[in-house]
Ligand binder design. Structure first.
Ligand SMILES: *Cc1c(COP(=O)(O)O)cnc(C)c1O
Length: 410
């Protein structure tokens, strides 16, 4: 072992009982029997609730919290969170249906994303949700559709800011982007919104995802607010809401530490208090990953233990077809291990260095690369932590035609 190699931040959100990881109050070995087959995803609803409560506690009062459901669109999860947050952000007509089915009021649903089809826009207009407009052409299509029906669409303008979210795992604003309307074009677009007599909700500025750096988040909040208020001043119609994005990250890899929400919240509170804004403007923060990622585990079973030229492989029935992100193939440049455990041998001190792989015919099908884990045998359960966001629905489930894993919310 190389000394001083960075370690994963300790995973403390799940209790351990008789050496077994406990999810939603149920030992994982028992939950596996209840589910009936492995692999599966298990999400802990209490942890999601606690995360939302922590956000509400630390974010300035009056800042609304939305759940960006593409992080985890399982209907039961969306239903659960719908009762806790102030709104749901959707990225397709399919997600819109789940949010509406969950009972979310249309005025609390916003629909972002480039390339919305005419049909999706028509559905959104009929539903009465807020459409976050991603291009000038989309705005014209919405106006046309409104003209053809008697409905009065509500729009927000997604702004492509003139800055980037530093240290963000995935940059979604700044420079040339397919997302949003370039900030310098937005004043003209706001004039056009007024001309078209569309109902204007406000502005949406989302600059990136998976940020663990407090200073970078603070800087993004500052610049976002500054830009938002500058654009508000250019709008002929009143602006009701500025969605300032989110992008709060969770620790996945060795050396990463959780965000200190108290500091993020205090920084934002100070910023809002010292920035002169017109009265009645509401601020929204939208978060996906931060609300759900740490509440979920992906569970698979060891099928075979194989020794190849001195290296031990735990061959499991789970892999990248279910959990692309843990395999490193969802945007990672240099592959790093997610935190992984042998879920039924949690306190075991007899360890060995193994690689956890899946059943696919590609070396990319790797859940843990040469990791020190308790000695495992066929039948043992492997849990991949931090798996509640961008797991199942962000994975190529059809690749190699294995069955799709189940998901449970416990
Ligand atoms: C994906 C996305 C989010 C959620 O990002 P997280 O990193 O999961 O919090 C929020 N807003 C928009 C516009 C998105 O595209």
């Amino acid at each position: 072992m190389i000394k001083n190699r960075p370690k994963h931040a300790p995973i403390t959100q799940f209790p351990i009982k008789d050496h077994c990881l406990v999810i939603g109050g149920i030992p994982l070995t028992r939950l596996a029997q209840r589910v009936g087959s492995t692999p599966f995803y298990a999400y802990d609803r209490q942890l999601m609730t606690e995360r939302v409560h922590a956000l509400k506690h630390h974010l300035p009062s009056g800042v609304l919290l939305h759940y960006a459901m593409k992080a985890n669109p399982m209907p039961a999860v969306v239903q659960h969170l719908a009762g806790l947050v102030d709104g749901i952000d959707v990225a397709s007509a399919g997600e819109m249906k789940v949010a509406l089915d969950a009972g979310v009021a249309p005025k609390d649903i916003s629909f972002a994303g480039p390339g919305k089809s005419r049909q999706e826009l028509a559905c959104a207009i009929a539903a009465g949700i807020i459409i976050n407009v991603e291009s000038e052409q989309e705005l014209e299509t919405i106006a046309q559709l409104a003209h053809e029906t008697s409905f009065h669409p509500t729009v927000a303008i997604r702004v492509n800011p003139d800055f980037e979210l530093k240290s963000s795992g995935m940059k979604m604003g700044g420079g040339s982007k397919q997302f949003g309307i370039d900030a310098e074009r937005v004043p003209a677009v706001l004039q056009r919104v007024a001309q078209l007599k569309l109902d204007l909700e406000g502005l949406h500025i989302f600059s990136g995802s998976q940020n663990l750096k407090i200073e970078a988040i603070q800087e993004a909040h500052e610049k976002t607010l500054q830009l938002g208020l500058q654009l508000v001043a250019s709008s002929p119609a009143p602006i009701r809401t500025i969605n300032i994005g989110g992008g709060f990250g969770v620790p996945y890899f060795p050396g990463e530490m959780p965000l200190d929400l108290a500091i993020v919240g205090a920084n934002l509170e100070r910023l809002l208090a010292t920035t002169p804004a017109p009265p009645n403007i509401r601020f929204v923060i939208e978060l996906g990953r931060y609300i759900v990622a740490e509440a979920g585990v992906y569970v698979c079973r060891v099928l075979e233990k194989k020794l190849s030229r001195g290296q031990i492989f735990l061959i499991t029935n789970g892999g990248l077809h279910h959990h692309l992100a843990a395999s490193g193939n969802f945007g990672q440049v240099i592959r790093k291990n997610y935190p992984v455990a042998v879920a039924n041998k949690m306190n075991s001190t007899k360890t060995e260095t193994v690689s956890v792989v899946g059943p696919l015919c590609t070396p990319l099908d790797l859940l843990a690369d040469q990791m020190e884990l308790p000695k495992a045998e066929p039948g043992d359960l492997i849990a991949v932590f931090q798996s509640g966001a961008y797991g199942l629905t962000a994975s190529p489930v059809s690749f190699l035609s294995h069955p799709t894993p189940l998901e449970v919310l416990v």
